[in-house]
Design a protein around this ligand. Structure first.
Ligand SMILES: Nc1ncnc2c1ncn2[C@@H]1O[C@H](COP(=O)(O)OP(=O)(O)OP(=O)(O)O)[C@@H](O)[C@H]1O
Ligand SMILES: Nc1ncnc2c1ncn2[C@@H]1O[C@H](COP(=O)(O)OP(=O)(O)OP(=O)(O)O)[C@@H](O)[C@H]1O
Ligand SMILES: [Mg+2]
Ligand SMILES: [Mg+2]
Lengths: 174, 151, 151, 174
């Protein structure tokens, strides 16, 4: 499964509907401090099923909804959709096997939990996690392998980690 | 299972041992098991010798050396079992020019088989991108995508 | 003593509130006591609002914003009670160009009353130095001082 | 008390006798990854009385002695001397008050602890700590204020710290 497109709306600093298209090779995201680059990483972790607000730098899961700015009020909903090419390289549940594209989506409304959607059908968190696990991106805590996403400031952890923490890296790759 | 762990460990170790001297332009490194008789519980130690230096406690390494060492391990795991994509957020921050160059080489290699998404402030790292997205906050507090460059 | 803590807190808060908008080119910030009735045990909270943004949990700030915020606090304490020298090891690593410029301005100001020793990889930061020492490891594993420039 | 000079010999990667002179204003130390810049900071923490090997990135205090390289064997002794101008700005013990310069020195030999020396006289760790406390650099844990030295990678801590940890900063400045 290859990344095809990321659609963000109302997630953290992304008030506007924003689309990022992915191709083969290296995609670089650049911009000044605080402009929203790491928020893009957070949105991908979130749509793939991240359950811990702290892992997204927040105190509560609602912290991911656009909180407003000097000029704009807060929004009520955050939505992220991550679309994959289904190139046959992954273990995909039977009902998706014939599709060219698979789109996972998550929305959260204030005072209501998250909804999970796969190809426009309401799904459960477990369905999202199974799908991600099959793609080869997920199998660790947070529903994805520790070595597929290296968050800002986290690279040093592998070196300072205790011997048994480092073991997890091998277990996830097994 | 014990056997799967042992095979995975051996394979990752092989990649780690091969990648380290490419990132460090020399030197040696290896992973060892703290308890080889207990494959289900053993921890994993890192033994690292930058070129021309002696093997020492990995905690004594410099900030940049620790980052390169961690990248060697991450990329080694990646080579054994590539995930379809890899997101790296400012991993090049502590690196000097020479290390940025070697890091970029290895990233380009990984990008032949996986999609790599990099966040960076470094101009040299930007140069290896096939696609470049700029984000700004022209309007305070509101992120805006300002341009895509197929480079 | 309670009174000394209260006076120190007020003074540092005044400096912090003044420094923040200089480092962030706007915005507001302040320190508050978690328990104003218990001056001997109270903790200290940081409330930060970058220019044009809303006050939010300080943990949501970006890597560069967190560094600038921490520097505002460190320099605020420093202004209240300057230590004769200050050692800063690669504190500018997460900063973009604009923030490096503002950081350097504040450092130059501090250097009028204290000695500041900076370790950096950044060329713009090097430009503000009065004295520049280069270290190399031409012979592997052995540090050598290679030059002093009075700039 | 102003910094005047730092002399390093046998400390970590500093096999050669190395002297760094300090003047007013900004001193910048530059060089490639792993060349020894942070080791200079470690040497200053060490000579001012740092007791924890972990705070110097080591496992034991002897880790600060030059361990050798590919071409050179290990050394047996590490020595660091930090010389101050006594400009009258600090609270200095009476016996030093008339001196223009005050030099604190620490040496460690393998299988022997550290020796502390002030102006060529054998002293105790407590003498060094009193002197440093008087200069306005020392008063926190590790014998020096937390805000006078910001180690590599540590700047984020003030923001991620708990409210009661941040209190220490104010206490040290009081
Ligand atoms: N729910 C939210 N609503 C509005 N803004 C938010 C929300 N959550 C986070 N932000 C803002 O997003 C900004 C951080 O963005 P991000 O971490 O993506 O920056 P960055 O581009 O990675 O910067 P750096 O280069 O410094 O790492 C912060 O200023 C934060 O206040
Ligand atoms: N006792 C010792 N003997 C010899 N070398 C040592 C000793 N202790 C540490 N080193 C070496 O010193 C090097 C680290 O130096 P240092 O941390 O000062 O680098 P740096 O210049 O700060 O680099 P960076 O820019 O990456 O932060 C490591 O390679 C380490 O192996
Ligand atoms: Mg970031
Ligand atoms: Mg360093």
């Amino acid at each position: 499964m290859k990344l095809k497109r990321l659609d963000i709306h109302g997630f953290k600093s992304f008030y506007h509907r924003t689309t990022i298209a992915f191709d083969d090779g290296v995609t670089a995201i650049v911009g000044p401090n605080g402009c929203g680059k790491s928020n893009i990483v957070d949105s991908m972790k979130w749509v793939m099923g991240e359950q811990g607000a702290k892992a997204l730098r927040g105190g509560a899961m609602e912290d991911v909804i656009f909180a407003g700015s000097e000029k704009r009020g807060p929004m009520g909903i955050a939505e992220v959709r991550l679309t994959f090419h289904n190139d046959g390289s992954a273990e995909v549940p039977t009902r998706f096997r014939e599709l060219d594209e698979i789109a996972i989506e998550r929305r959260i409304e204030r005072d209501r939990g998250s909804d999970y959607i796969i190809n426009k059908q309401r799904s459960r968190l477990a369905d999202i996690q199974d799908l991600i696990a099959g793609t080869g991106v997920g199998s660790g805590p947070g529903g994805r392998r520790a070595y597929a996403i290296i968050e800002q400031g986290q690279i040093g952890r592998l070196v300072s980690a205790k011997a048994d923490e480092r073991r997890l890296l091998i277990e996830e790759a097994a | 299972s014990r056997r799967l762990f042992a095979e995975t460990f051996e394979a990752v170790n092989r990649h780690f041992t091969a990648l380290f001297p490419r990132l460090f332009r020399g030197g040696t490194a290896e992973l060892t098991l703290t308890d080889p008789d207990d494959l289900l519980g053993t921890g994993i130690e890192m033994h690292v010798r930058p070129p021309g230096k002696k093997v020492q406690n990995v905690t004594l390494l410099s900030g940049g050396e620790k980052a390169m060492c961690a990248l060697a391990l991450v990329f080694a795991v990646f080579r054994h079992k590539p995930s379809p994509f890899c997101l790296l957020d400012e991993v090049d921050a502590p690196l000097d020019d020479a290390n940025i160059g070697r890091f970029n080489e290895v990233v380009r290699e990984m990008a032949e088989t996986s999609q790599v998404v990099l966040i960076t402030h470094n101009k040299r790292t930007m140069e290896i991108a096939d696609m470049l997205y700029g984000i700004t906050m022209e309007e305070s507090g509101v992120s805006k995508l300002v341009g895509v460059r197929m480079t």
